[in-house]
Design a protein. Structure first.
Length: 100
């Protein structure tokens, strides 16, 4: 049996890698993957803390978060594809297409 602390450490490490990717990288696809990492880290902690409970609400919420993350990634990739087709660069700082 793996202790809960090990899962929490893995979730925290994944979350920090995601935050670092969002803050440091400027490529659209890398930012989207970093957001996915942060959502998966939250899912790991949600499932671990709902494991000892007899009700399946925590696992059900984790499934909905995964579905939401999948939809967000699909929309983000569609935006990145349009951005790549219309502009020469995928750098977030160089493209002002999605700004107000």
């Amino acid at each position: 049996m793996i202790p809960v602390l090990a899962y929490v450490i893995v979730g925290a490490a994944l979350f920090m890698v995601g935050v670092t990717g969002v803050l440091i990288r400027r490529h659209v696809v890398v930012i989207l993957m970093s957001v996915e990492l942060m959502l998966n880290a939250a899912n790991i902690n949600l499932i671990v803390f709902s494991r000892p409970l007899p009700s399946p609400e925590g696992r059900l919420v984790a499934v909905f978060i995964l579905l939401d993350a999948l939809a967000q990634f699909a929309v983000g990739l569609a935006l990145a594809r349009v951005l790549a087709r219309n502009r020469a660069s995928m750098n977030v700082d160089e493209n002002r297409l999605l700004r107000w």
